[in-house]
Structure formats: C-alpha cells, structure tokens
Design a protein around this ligand. Sequence first.
Ligand code: ADP
Ligand code: MG
Ligand code: MG
Length: 253
Amino acid sequence: MLEIKNLHVKLEEEDKQILKGVDLKVGPGEVHAIMGPNGSGKSTTSYVMSGRDGYEVTEGEVLLDGENLLEMEPEERAAAGLFLAFQYPVEIPGVGNMTFLRTAVNAQRKARGEEEMSSTEFLKEIRAKAKSLKIDSDMLKRPVNVGFSGGEKKRNEILQMAMLEPKLCILDETDSGLDVDAMKLVSDGVNALRDGKRSFIVITHYQRLLDHIKPDVVHIMSNGRIIKTGGPELALEVEHNGYADLLAEVEGA
Ligand code: ADP
Ligand code: MG
Ligand code: MG
C-alpha cells in the first residue's frame, strides 16, 4: 500500500536537513501510529507526502500502490487516494462547507475518470455521514471551519475524510486540543472508516488516542528518522517512561 524508502528532506529556503532516511511500510487496512518528541519530523513527513511547498526531497521515494507520489501534483495525490487531516485545519472564508465538500468530491471523481455525484446522491450521503459525526446542518452551511471550535474543526475533517473515501489517511495530531468527548467522536469516526483495505497513519503525542484507535504498529520518530518500531505496547512504554530512555538506548546501541 504505502512504502516510504530512505526519505531525505531538507528545507528549500535554508540548508537544513529535516528527514534523514525515513523508512516506513504500511499494508492495506493497517493502522500505524507515529509518536516522537516535538521537532522530530513527523509533520514534515506528512507535508512532503501531500506535496506542500518549501521542502526538497534529496533522496528516497514514497510509493502509494506502487506509484511514486513525489512525482504527482498535490491534487493528483488526493485522486490517488491520499488524505491528510491537518494539525491546524484551514479556514476558508466565503466558501460554504457543503459546497467545498461537493467540489472536492467531484474533482476527485473527475481526476479518477468517474462520473460526478448527483446532488441528490451527495445530499443523502453527506447528511448521513454528518449525522453520525454530530455535525448539524448549520455547520454544513457555514464557511469552511470559520468560527468552528477546535472540536468542530476536527469533526469536520473526519467528515471530509468520510466523503472522500481515501485509501490512506494521515491524521496529524488530530487529538490535540480535544476534550474526551470530542476525541471519542473523532475516534469513532475513524474506526467507522476502517474496512480492512483503507490504511491509516496516526501521528500523536498521546497514548490515550490509541486506546480508541487501536494501532497495529507503533513507530517512534526522532531527529528525522524512525528509531524504533513495535506493537501497541510501545506506545504504553512511551506513556510511562517518556522518550529519554528510548533515545538513550538507540544512541547507545
Ligand atoms: P514534528 O511534527 O515531529 O513536531 P516537524 O516536522 O514539524 O516536527 O519539524 C521538524 C523540524 O523541522 C523542526 O526542527 C522544525 O523546526 C523544522 N521545520 C519544519 N518545517 C520548517 C519550516 N518551514 N521552516 C523552518 N523550520 C522548519
Ligand atoms: Mg510538533
Ligand atoms: Mg507536528
């Protein structure tokens, strides 16, 4: 499904190497968690995958179902099935949430050579999905994320994800700033999208999110590389002991 091979990335503006050989393989239907200290390159990895400006790939590749994502335009990556839920969802004043979603869904269908969704079909689908995420019709009509609370923004991102039905979803600290109820809603939304084929990368600082979204594999990232990979117990270990012991163990090795 996803294969990141020896990914090296530096900033375009300055001579600063941020990713120093990231390797990651995610199989169909798997949920992988990435944890790690601040500044270790977790967000950079997802930005580079989505095609954000400002980064230069100096070595390595990123394959989604065998296709090199790094050679695609950002909208082609979305059409190929990549979805990124951002740490800080963007506000789009003047564009209604529903209009935005309909445009996104149809742009993706078009890029895949599929027929547009009819308005009736779209309405039926968005209402059902919004309902399960406790998003009311008022929130669907308001401009994208404008004046939304933190929890509403996150729920809205899960709605986008549900409507776009991606192959690979990356959630970058989707749990930050969420209270327990909102976190449960977001997790339930993600779990509802798990289907044995769709894969997830969940970037988080907190084990508690992983109580709800149970990962198959947990990776620890530090200083631009994945330094340790394990099962769910690795997240518990980090929760109890912090990163210091792990980092020392790896550096000492
Ligand atoms: P994480 O998500 O693990 O906290 P990031 O990927 O956000 O880490 O950042 C990794 C490192 O790269 C940090 O040292 C950060 O300051 C630096 N960095 C990332 N993007 C930029 C940028 N656009 N300009 C300057 N420094 C950046
Ligand atoms: Mg950070
Ligand atoms: Mg980050």
